[in-house]
Design a protein around this ligand. Structure first.
Ligand code: NAD
Ligand code: 89Y
Length: 343
Protein backbone atom coordinates (compact mmCIF):
# COMPACT_ATOMS: atom_id res chain seq x y z
CA UNK A 1 0.00 0.00 0.00
CA UNK A 2 1.35 3.44 -0.91
CA UNK A 3 1.47 5.52 2.25
CA UNK A 4 3.74 8.32 1.04
CA UNK A 5 3.74 10.10 -2.29
CA UNK A 6 6.96 11.86 -3.20
CA UNK A 7 8.27 14.22 -5.87
CA UNK A 8 11.88 14.43 -7.04
CA UNK A 9 13.66 17.50 -8.41
CA UNK A 10 16.84 17.06 -10.46
CA UNK A 11 16.92 13.95 -12.66
CA UNK A 12 20.69 13.84 -13.19
CA UNK A 13 23.57 11.42 -12.62
CA UNK A 14 22.89 10.58 -8.97
CA UNK A 15 19.09 10.87 -8.90
CA UNK A 16 18.79 7.53 -10.70
CA UNK A 17 20.05 5.85 -7.51
CA UNK A 18 17.50 7.75 -5.47
CA UNK A 19 14.70 6.72 -7.84
CA UNK A 20 15.75 3.06 -7.46
CA UNK A 21 15.82 3.45 -3.69
CA UNK A 22 12.28 4.85 -3.68
CA UNK A 23 11.08 2.11 -6.01
CA UNK A 24 12.31 -0.50 -3.51
CA UNK A 25 10.17 0.93 -0.69
CA UNK A 26 6.71 -0.66 -0.83
CA UNK A 27 4.96 2.24 0.88
CA UNK A 28 6.43 4.99 -1.32
CA UNK A 29 5.61 6.18 -4.82
CA UNK A 30 7.32 9.00 -6.68
CA UNK A 31 4.35 10.62 -8.41
CA UNK A 32 6.08 13.64 -10.01
CA UNK A 33 9.54 14.55 -11.24
CA UNK A 34 11.12 17.82 -12.28
CA UNK A 35 14.18 18.88 -14.25
CA UNK A 36 14.99 21.95 -16.33
CA UNK A 37 16.43 19.56 -18.91
CA UNK A 38 13.66 17.84 -20.95
CA UNK A 39 15.99 15.00 -21.97
CA UNK A 40 16.76 14.08 -18.34
CA UNK A 41 13.02 14.27 -17.56
CA UNK A 42 12.29 11.88 -20.42
CA UNK A 43 15.02 9.40 -19.49
CA UNK A 44 14.13 9.20 -15.79
CA UNK A 45 10.36 9.45 -16.37
CA UNK A 46 10.43 6.59 -18.89
CA UNK A 47 12.77 4.42 -16.81
CA UNK A 48 10.65 4.70 -13.65
CA UNK A 49 7.20 5.12 -15.21
CA UNK A 50 6.50 8.60 -13.83
CA UNK A 51 3.97 10.49 -15.96
CA UNK A 52 3.77 13.81 -14.11
CA UNK A 53 6.84 15.63 -15.45
CA UNK A 54 7.74 19.29 -14.93
CA UNK A 55 10.48 21.61 -16.12
CA UNK A 56 9.56 24.09 -13.39
CA UNK A 57 9.58 23.26 -9.66
CA UNK A 58 7.18 26.15 -9.04
CA UNK A 59 4.60 24.54 -11.36
CA UNK A 60 5.08 21.14 -9.75
CA UNK A 61 4.52 22.54 -6.24
CA UNK A 62 1.53 24.57 -7.45
CA UNK A 63 -0.17 21.37 -8.62
CA UNK A 64 0.91 19.52 -5.47
CA UNK A 65 -0.35 16.03 -4.62
CA UNK A 66 2.78 14.75 -2.84
CA UNK A 67 3.80 14.32 0.82
CA UNK A 68 7.51 15.08 0.49
CA UNK A 69 10.06 16.32 -2.02
CA UNK A 70 13.50 14.85 -2.73
CA UNK A 71 15.89 17.55 -4.02
CA UNK A 72 18.66 15.93 -6.08
CA UNK A 73 20.00 19.01 -7.88
CA UNK A 74 23.52 20.43 -7.53
CA UNK A 75 24.29 22.85 -4.71
CA UNK A 76 23.48 26.17 -6.42
CA UNK A 77 19.73 25.52 -6.42
CA UNK A 78 19.39 23.95 -2.93
CA UNK A 79 18.42 27.07 -0.99
CA UNK A 80 15.76 28.25 -3.44
CA UNK A 81 14.23 24.78 -3.70
CA UNK A 82 14.17 24.13 0.06
CA UNK A 83 12.59 27.57 0.59
CA UNK A 84 10.04 26.73 -2.12
CA UNK A 85 9.20 23.46 -0.36
CA UNK A 86 8.89 25.34 2.94
CA UNK A 87 6.56 27.90 1.38
CA UNK A 88 4.27 25.00 0.36
CA UNK A 89 4.81 23.25 3.74
CA UNK A 90 6.15 20.13 2.02
CA UNK A 91 8.73 18.04 3.99
CA UNK A 92 12.04 18.06 2.12
CA UNK A 93 15.18 16.04 1.61
CA UNK A 94 18.10 17.99 0.17
CA UNK A 95 21.23 16.44 -1.33
CA UNK A 96 24.65 17.31 0.07
CA UNK A 97 26.46 19.69 0.00
CA UNK A 98 23.82 21.53 2.03
CA UNK A 99 24.33 24.96 0.40
CA UNK A 100 26.93 27.24 -1.19
CA UNK A 101 27.57 28.96 2.16
CA UNK A 102 26.89 28.36 5.85
CA UNK A 103 24.72 31.48 5.84
CA UNK A 104 22.49 29.88 3.17
CA UNK A 105 22.35 26.62 5.12
CA UNK A 106 21.28 28.44 8.30
CA UNK A 107 18.58 30.29 6.34
CA UNK A 108 17.29 26.95 4.98
CA UNK A 109 17.06 25.46 8.48
CA UNK A 110 15.24 28.58 9.67
CA UNK A 111 12.79 28.42 6.73
CA UNK A 112 12.01 24.75 7.41
CA UNK A 113 11.56 25.33 11.14
CA UNK A 114 9.32 28.36 10.53
CA UNK A 115 7.18 26.30 8.15
CA UNK A 116 7.12 23.39 10.61
CA UNK A 117 8.42 20.90 8.02
CA UNK A 118 11.11 18.25 8.50
CA UNK A 119 14.28 18.87 6.49
CA UNK A 120 16.82 16.08 6.01
CA UNK A 121 20.17 16.41 4.28
CA UNK A 122 20.91 13.36 2.13
CA UNK A 123 24.14 12.63 4.03
CA UNK A 124 24.27 8.93 3.23
CA UNK A 125 27.86 7.86 3.93
CA UNK A 126 27.16 7.25 7.63
CA UNK A 127 24.52 4.77 6.38
CA UNK A 128 27.12 2.63 4.58
CA UNK A 129 27.18 -0.95 5.91
CA UNK A 130 30.91 -0.86 6.84
CA UNK A 131 30.51 2.45 8.71
CA UNK A 132 27.46 1.11 10.57
CA UNK A 133 29.60 -1.92 11.51
CA UNK A 134 32.31 0.36 12.95
CA UNK A 135 29.69 2.30 14.93
CA UNK A 136 28.29 -0.98 16.31
CA UNK A 137 31.76 -2.02 17.56
CA UNK A 138 32.21 1.33 19.33
CA UNK A 139 28.77 1.05 20.92
CA UNK A 140 29.47 -2.52 22.07
CA UNK A 141 32.33 -1.26 24.25
CA UNK A 142 34.62 -3.97 22.81
CA UNK A 143 37.59 -1.59 22.49
CA UNK A 144 36.77 0.77 25.34
CA UNK A 145 36.81 4.59 25.00
CA UNK A 146 38.33 5.98 21.81
CA UNK A 147 41.04 8.62 22.16
CA UNK A 148 42.23 8.84 18.53
CA UNK A 149 40.70 8.21 15.14
CA UNK A 150 41.30 8.49 11.43
CA UNK A 151 38.76 8.62 8.61
CA UNK A 152 40.55 8.26 5.30
CA UNK A 153 39.43 8.34 1.66
CA UNK A 154 42.29 8.27 -0.86
CA UNK A 155 41.63 7.45 -4.49
CA UNK A 156 42.58 8.14 -8.09
CA UNK A 157 39.13 7.29 -9.47
CA UNK A 158 37.90 9.47 -12.34
CA UNK A 159 34.84 11.13 -10.79
CA UNK A 160 34.89 13.89 -13.40
CA UNK A 161 33.49 11.85 -16.30
CA UNK A 162 30.21 11.18 -14.47
CA UNK A 163 30.12 14.52 -12.64
CA UNK A 164 31.90 17.08 -14.89
CA UNK A 165 30.89 20.02 -12.67
CA UNK A 166 33.30 18.70 -10.02
CA UNK A 167 36.25 19.80 -12.15
CA UNK A 168 34.97 23.36 -12.47
CA UNK A 169 34.23 24.60 -8.96
CA UNK A 170 36.70 26.69 -6.94
CA UNK A 171 36.03 24.22 -4.13
CA UNK A 172 36.26 20.51 -4.83
CA UNK A 173 37.17 17.63 -2.57
CA UNK A 174 36.26 18.96 0.88
CA UNK A 175 32.88 20.26 -0.32
CA UNK A 176 32.09 17.21 -2.46
CA UNK A 177 33.60 14.18 -0.70
CA UNK A 178 35.32 15.37 2.47
CA UNK A 179 31.90 16.51 3.67
CA UNK A 180 30.96 12.81 3.96
CA UNK A 181 34.22 11.92 5.74
CA UNK A 182 33.72 14.81 8.18
CA UNK A 183 30.19 13.61 8.86
CA UNK A 184 31.52 10.10 9.52
CA UNK A 185 34.02 11.60 11.99
CA UNK A 186 31.15 13.35 13.80
CA UNK A 187 29.06 10.16 13.71
CA UNK A 188 31.86 8.06 15.23
CA UNK A 189 33.71 10.51 17.48
CA UNK A 190 31.15 13.22 18.33
CA UNK A 191 31.01 16.93 17.54
CA UNK A 192 34.22 18.82 16.95
CA UNK A 193 35.25 22.13 18.48
CA UNK A 194 38.38 23.00 16.44
CA UNK A 195 39.60 22.36 12.90
CA UNK A 196 43.07 22.67 11.38
CA UNK A 197 43.39 21.92 7.67
CA UNK A 198 45.82 21.93 4.76
CA UNK A 199 44.84 21.54 1.10
CA UNK A 200 46.59 20.94 -2.23
CA UNK A 201 45.62 20.80 -5.89
CA UNK A 202 47.60 18.09 -7.68
CA UNK A 203 45.51 17.56 -10.84
CA UNK A 204 46.21 20.59 -13.09
CA UNK A 205 43.03 20.00 -15.11
CA UNK A 206 40.65 20.95 -12.29
CA UNK A 207 39.92 24.24 -10.53
CA UNK A 208 39.62 23.19 -6.90
CA UNK A 209 41.65 21.34 -4.28
CA UNK A 210 41.89 17.55 -4.67
CA UNK A 211 43.84 16.75 -1.49
CA UNK A 212 42.96 17.76 2.07
CA UNK A 213 44.34 16.82 5.47
CA UNK A 214 42.23 17.87 8.44
CA UNK A 215 42.86 17.64 12.18
CA UNK A 216 39.78 17.74 14.41
CA UNK A 217 39.60 18.34 18.15
CA UNK A 218 36.39 16.71 19.34
CA UNK A 219 34.44 18.10 22.30
CA UNK A 220 34.97 14.85 24.27
CA UNK A 221 38.76 15.03 23.94
CA UNK A 222 39.14 12.64 20.98
CA UNK A 223 41.60 13.79 18.30
CA UNK A 224 40.87 12.68 14.75
CA UNK A 225 42.43 13.03 11.33
CA UNK A 226 40.21 13.20 8.27
CA UNK A 227 42.25 12.90 5.07
CA UNK A 228 40.86 12.84 1.55
CA UNK A 229 42.44 12.70 -1.88
CA UNK A 230 41.46 12.19 -5.51
CA UNK A 231 45.13 12.40 -6.56
CA UNK A 232 46.26 9.10 -5.05
CA UNK A 233 47.33 6.44 -7.52
CA UNK A 234 47.33 3.11 -5.65
CA UNK A 235 48.10 -0.35 -7.07
CA UNK A 236 44.49 -1.34 -6.27
CA UNK A 237 41.90 1.42 -6.62
CA UNK A 238 39.75 1.50 -3.46
CA UNK A 239 36.96 3.86 -4.65
CA UNK A 240 34.60 4.49 -2.91
CA UNK A 241 35.82 2.86 0.29
CA UNK A 242 36.39 4.85 3.48
CA UNK A 243 39.09 3.46 5.75
CA UNK A 244 38.81 3.95 9.51
CA UNK A 245 41.37 3.59 12.30
CA UNK A 246 40.47 3.91 15.96
CA UNK A 247 42.72 3.62 18.99
CA UNK A 248 40.83 3.23 22.26
CA UNK A 249 41.48 2.57 25.95
CA UNK A 250 41.06 -1.21 25.65
CA UNK A 251 41.98 -1.93 22.03
CA UNK A 252 41.92 -0.88 18.42
CA UNK A 253 39.76 -1.06 15.29
CA UNK A 254 40.88 -0.99 11.67
CA UNK A 255 38.53 -0.89 8.66
CA UNK A 256 40.64 -1.44 5.57
CA UNK A 257 40.60 -2.41 1.92
CA UNK A 258 37.83 -4.72 0.68
CA UNK A 259 35.77 -3.93 3.78
CA UNK A 260 38.03 -5.93 6.10
CA UNK A 261 37.37 -5.09 9.73
CA UNK A 262 39.88 -5.99 12.45
CA UNK A 263 38.91 -5.47 16.07
CA UNK A 264 41.45 -6.05 18.80
CA UNK A 265 40.48 -5.95 22.47
CA UNK A 266 40.94 -7.66 25.83
CA UNK A 267 39.15 -10.76 24.52
CA UNK A 268 41.43 -11.17 21.50
CA UNK A 269 41.37 -10.21 17.84
CA UNK A 270 38.46 -10.72 15.42
CA UNK A 271 38.57 -10.27 11.67
CA UNK A 272 35.46 -10.02 9.51
CA UNK A 273 34.27 -8.66 6.19
CA UNK A 274 31.66 -5.92 6.47
CA UNK A 275 30.96 -5.54 2.75
CA UNK A 276 27.86 -3.73 1.53
CA UNK A 277 25.07 -5.68 -0.13
CA UNK A 278 24.95 -5.54 -3.92
CA UNK A 279 21.34 -4.44 -4.50
CA UNK A 280 19.75 -5.77 -7.73
CA UNK A 281 19.96 -2.35 -9.42
CA UNK A 282 23.43 -1.48 -8.10
CA UNK A 283 26.79 -1.79 -9.82
CA UNK A 284 30.32 -2.15 -8.48
CA UNK A 285 32.18 -0.18 -7.22
CA UNK A 286 29.28 2.19 -6.47
CA UNK A 287 27.23 -0.42 -4.59
CA UNK A 288 28.50 0.75 -1.20
CA UNK A 289 27.14 4.24 -1.84
CA UNK A 290 24.03 2.92 -3.57
CA UNK A 291 23.01 0.75 -0.61
CA UNK A 292 23.45 3.72 1.73
CA UNK A 293 21.03 5.72 -0.45
CA UNK A 294 18.37 3.04 0.00
CA UNK A 295 19.03 2.96 3.77
CA UNK A 296 18.84 6.72 4.33
CA UNK A 297 15.62 6.93 2.30
CA UNK A 298 14.09 4.14 4.43
CA UNK A 299 15.16 6.11 7.53
CA UNK A 300 13.44 9.24 6.15
CA UNK A 301 10.17 7.41 5.62
CA UNK A 302 10.30 5.81 9.08
CA UNK A 303 10.92 9.16 10.75
CA UNK A 304 8.27 10.89 8.61
CA UNK A 305 5.75 8.23 9.70
CA UNK A 306 6.73 8.65 13.36
CA UNK A 307 6.85 12.45 13.19
CA UNK A 308 10.46 12.39 14.49
CA UNK A 309 13.51 14.33 13.31
CA UNK A 310 15.79 12.34 10.97
CA UNK A 311 19.38 11.74 12.13
CA UNK A 312 20.90 13.96 9.44
CA UNK A 313 18.35 16.75 9.81
CA UNK A 314 19.18 20.21 8.51
CA UNK A 315 19.97 21.32 12.07
CA UNK A 316 22.31 18.36 12.59
CA UNK A 317 23.98 18.83 9.23
CA UNK A 318 24.81 22.48 9.97
CA UNK A 319 27.54 21.02 12.21
CA UNK A 320 28.95 18.91 9.38
CA UNK A 321 28.72 21.81 6.95
CA UNK A 322 30.43 24.10 9.47
CA UNK A 323 33.37 21.68 9.45
CA UNK A 324 33.60 22.12 5.68
CA UNK A 325 33.61 25.91 6.03
CA UNK A 326 36.11 25.67 8.87
CA UNK A 327 38.45 23.50 6.80
CA UNK A 328 38.51 26.00 3.92
CA UNK A 329 39.01 28.90 6.33
CA UNK A 330 41.78 27.09 8.19
CA UNK A 331 43.63 26.13 5.00
CA UNK A 332 43.31 29.66 3.62
CA UNK A 333 44.54 31.36 6.81
CA UNK A 334 46.97 28.70 8.00
CA UNK A 335 45.23 28.88 11.38
CA UNK A 336 43.11 26.68 13.62
CA UNK A 337 39.40 27.60 13.39
CA UNK A 338 36.95 27.31 16.30
CA UNK A 339 33.61 25.83 15.28
CA UNK A 340 31.84 27.90 17.91
CA UNK A 341 32.77 31.04 15.95
CA UNK A 342 30.86 29.72 12.90
CA UNK A 343 27.74 28.12 14.37
P1 NAD B 1 23.72 16.41 -12.26
O1 NAD B 1 24.22 17.71 -12.77
O2 NAD B 1 24.01 15.17 -13.02
O3 NAD B 1 22.15 16.47 -12.05
C1 NAD B 1 21.48 17.59 -11.53
C2 NAD B 1 20.20 17.78 -12.33
O4 NAD B 1 19.44 18.80 -11.71
C3 NAD B 1 20.43 18.22 -13.78
O5 NAD B 1 19.76 17.32 -14.65
C4 NAD B 1 19.87 19.64 -13.84
O6 NAD B 1 19.25 19.94 -15.09
C5 NAD B 1 18.85 19.61 -12.72
N1 NAD B 1 18.55 20.91 -12.11
C6 NAD B 1 19.44 21.79 -11.58
N2 NAD B 1 18.79 22.83 -11.02
C7 NAD B 1 17.46 22.60 -11.21
C8 NAD B 1 16.28 23.30 -10.83
N3 NAD B 1 16.33 24.45 -10.15
N4 NAD B 1 15.09 22.77 -11.16
C9 NAD B 1 15.03 21.60 -11.85
N5 NAD B 1 16.10 20.90 -12.23
C10 NAD B 1 17.31 21.38 -11.90
O7 NAD B 1 24.28 16.30 -10.77
P2 NAD B 1 24.50 14.96 -9.90
O8 NAD B 1 25.85 14.46 -10.15
O9 NAD B 1 23.32 14.08 -10.06
O10 NAD B 1 24.52 15.59 -8.43
C11 NAD B 1 23.38 16.09 -7.83
C12 NAD B 1 23.66 16.28 -6.35
O11 NAD B 1 23.91 14.98 -5.79
C13 NAD B 1 24.90 17.12 -6.04
O12 NAD B 1 24.62 17.99 -4.98
C14 NAD B 1 25.97 16.10 -5.66
O13 NAD B 1 26.91 16.58 -4.72
C15 NAD B 1 25.11 15.03 -5.04
N6 NAD B 1 25.72 13.69 -5.04
C16 NAD B 1 25.59 12.99 -3.89
C17 NAD B 1 26.14 11.74 -3.79
C18 NAD B 1 25.98 11.00 -2.50
O14 NAD B 1 26.53 9.93 -2.32
N7 NAD B 1 25.22 11.55 -1.56
C19 NAD B 1 26.84 11.19 -4.87
C20 NAD B 1 26.92 11.92 -6.05
C21 NAD B 1 26.34 13.18 -6.13
O1 89Y C 1 29.78 13.52 -5.39
C1 89Y C 1 30.44 12.58 -4.61
C2 89Y C 1 29.73 11.95 -3.52
O2 89Y C 1 28.90 12.50 -2.82
O3 89Y C 1 30.14 10.67 -3.36
C3 89Y C 1 31.15 10.35 -4.30
C4 89Y C 1 31.01 11.40 -5.38
O4 89Y C 1 30.11 10.92 -6.36
C5 89Y C 1 32.29 11.78 -6.08
O5 89Y C 1 33.20 12.33 -5.17
Amino acid sequence: MVAFKGALIGCGFFAVNQMHGWQDLADVEIVAICDHDPERLRIVGDQFGVTRRYQSAEEMFAEGGFDFVDIATTVGSHRALVELAASHKVPAICQKPFAPTLEDAKAMVAAAEKAGIPLMIHENFRWQTPILAVKAVLESGAIGSPFWGRVSFRSGFDVFSGQPYLAKGKRFIIEDLGIHSLDIARFLFGDASRMTARTRRINPAIAGEDVATMLLDHENGITSIVDVSYATKLPEEPFPETFVEIDASEGTLRLGKDYKLTVHGPNGTTQSTVAPNLLPWASRPWHNIQESVALIQKHWIERLAEGREPDTSGRDNLKTFALVEAAYLSAERGETVRLGDLL
